[in-house]
Design a protein around this ligand. Sequence first.
Ligand SMILES: *[C@@H]1O[C@H](CO)[C@@H](O)[C@H](O)[C@H]1NC(C)=O
Ligand SMILES: *[C@@H]1O[C@H](CO)[C@@H](O)[C@H](O)[C@H]1NC(C)=O
Ligand SMILES: *[C@@H]1O[C@H](CO)[C@@H](O)[C@H](O)[C@H]1NC(C)=O
Ligand SMILES: *[C@@H]1O[C@H](CO)[C@@H](O)[C@H](O)[C@H]1NC(C)=O
Length: 695
Amino acid sequence: MGLLNLFSFASLALSISTGVQAVSWTATPFNPASVPLAVRSPYVSAWLPQGAGTALNAAWPTFWTGTNVGWAGYVRIDGTTYNFLGLPIVAGATAATQKSLDITSTQSTFVMTAGPIDLTANFFSPVEPTDLVKQSTPFSYLTLSAVSNDGNSHTVSVYTDISAEWVASDDTLTVNWTSTTTGNVLTHQVQLENQQLYTEVSDRIQQGSVYYSTDNTASATYQTGQDAVVRAQFINNGVLANTLDTNFRAINDDWPVFAFAHDLGTVGTTASTPVVFSVGQARDPAVEYIIANNQLQARSLYFWSNYASVADAIAFFHSDYTAALGRAQAFDSQLQSDASAISTDYAGLVAMSVRQAFGATEITISKNSDGSWNTADVLMFLKEISSDGNVNTVDVIFPAWPILLYTNPALGKYLILGLFEYQATGQYPNKWACHDLGSAYPQALGHNDGKDETMPLEESGNMLIMALSYTQKSNDTSLITTYSSLLDQWTQYLIAEALIPANQISTDDFAGSLANQTNLAIKGIVGIKAMSVIAGMLGDTQKESNYSSIAASYVTQWQTFATASDGSHLTLSYGDDSSWGLSYNLYADKLLGTNVFPQSVYDMQTAWYKTVTNTYGVPLDTRHTYTKSDWQSWTAAIVTDDTMRDTFISSVVKYIGNGENSVPLSDWYDSVSGDISGGFQNRPVVGGHLALLAL
Ligand SMILES: *[C@@H]1O[C@H](CO)[C@@H](O)[C@H](O)[C@H]1NC(C)=O
Ligand SMILES: *[C@@H]1O[C@H](CO)[C@@H](O)[C@H](O)[C@H]1NC(C)=O
Ligand SMILES: *[C@@H]1O[C@H](CO)[C@@H](O)[C@H](O)[C@H]1NC(C)=O
Ligand SMILES: *[C@@H]1O[C@H](CO)[C@@H](O)[C@H](O)[C@H]1NC(C)=O
């Protein structure tokens, strides 16, 4: 934040260098590189860049890209004020000490010791996979509760604010704001004065508003104004002035902040009732989508169909807090229990992955011609965060697929349905499946010129595998019935190209292109077999047996092409005996129950991986020492002994907790050094960490 920022950076550097020596708090399950605070959508994505041990009050929260999103918090106890959140430099407050951090799939809970009080700050981003209204509501909770730690009673009040950095990353842009009361909720609303529909700048949407709210109880006060002024008001008085600054200006012009405080009264050894804050970003329309005849459709987040206004949605969100927490605790403990059956490390890995995976998605609906909502027309959109910002990238949905199967397969359908609808309009000219629905989120404009990133084998196989997988899990045959000719068209491509893959890229495009990739051939062959099963479901027994024989004969030939001559492992590419890689596409054969590849292949690969494991896991392939956390999780799910399975999982967890970076979980990292490998961060492919739970 301008001048203050200079101080912030100095403090941050100091806390990181001391953090390397010892993290002073307990962490469950472990200290990750970055802690999710409010992670709910591509535009509600606030993290604590924890690195080797930065406390909640030793850095500003950041948007996933690393730019600050000001979020400050104080607690005042018997006239002494402590800072527990963010790095505001205002005289008169001392820093609270972080005592613990506890991370579940939906919550990050910090306990901050402030003199005689322990303050619990619970950052809770709901994940509601079976409720489209709630899942599409782009808001996240922060609750604060205090308890005495010295046996005595104390007078306590709490304060939080957000800055306008939540609106955009360019601090010179002008924002305006209003503060309102709806029902039992106080809300500060902030937005860019110059709005641009469907437009991102530095990954921030230039449209809609940010909302910061709290319960409008007798204990609540509010204020908007310059950061130092508003914060000093609380530090010195423990209450806010209930005044509003209406001098609209740039984000960095005397840094306007939007604050609330609550008087908790006297707090003893019983924890105080949590006070609830919420933060979110809403816009309408949300996504632009190509339909027939090159027409563009405006789509809205599903939650609008249930409320008359954003204010109503926020009022409901606040009234629903206790129930939402109950649902989240049930979801968290089910996941914890299912994953713990694999290992403790695995439970930690999936807990770290859930908010990030869902945080890349948005559920939308269209309007009927009379202007009413068409809730029968549901499409889910996913941003290929950080790698290129594409819309609904097929080979990003594919690695994330396990989390959709585990939580609600219908969400998988809503994610791939738009790809089917678009290609069924006939506007996409290539005979293989397209790579994505649009180059720049949130515009799903298709690729009528056919010049999307070319991954023909990869995406055709992915679409067939996901279509069958969804159908098997749901018993809903609508996708395979409606789009059988597209599926068959892509199968023709696979029959022609899968056995001897041309020089092309796979989803791991950063590794470059290569001919005869063993792992791509696996995907293509499983895709052909998937169409055989689909044909059987549709009653075409001749096609079913024809494609089944083709797949079986390809497997036999593939084994001779793809096995190293000493029989010890699969090669990365045919004929290159010294090459190898993670054959993660075999996972699809197990997932679908197609079993076209013999068990001996899994046994051979399992034995091989044991000989090539580095400190942080098995390399993606012999071209580099880097690897992927998603593909290692997929491979862990199909190796034939539990020791190798656990090695894969524990290697990934060791990397995530090694303190060597501070970005939202990067799926791409080096298996030797444990460093991140490129700019990948906060990608939804971490949904693939649930691979073991989806089989
Ligand atoms: C703030 O800016 C938006 C977008 O330009 C505009 O619609 C709105 O009326 C402005 N609000 C105030 C209070 O000036
Ligand atoms: C799908 O059908 C199978 C066989 O009838 C049944 O066992 C399974 O429970 C069904 N699954 C769902 C999600 O309805
Ligand atoms: C791919 O593998 C096939 C079968 O081994 C071989 O005939 C062909 O020459 C290979 N192509 C390339 C480009 O290496
Ligand atoms: C099997 O499918 C292939 C590819 O579509 C086709 O060329 C061939 O004629 C089919 N064979 C039979 C017996 O239907």
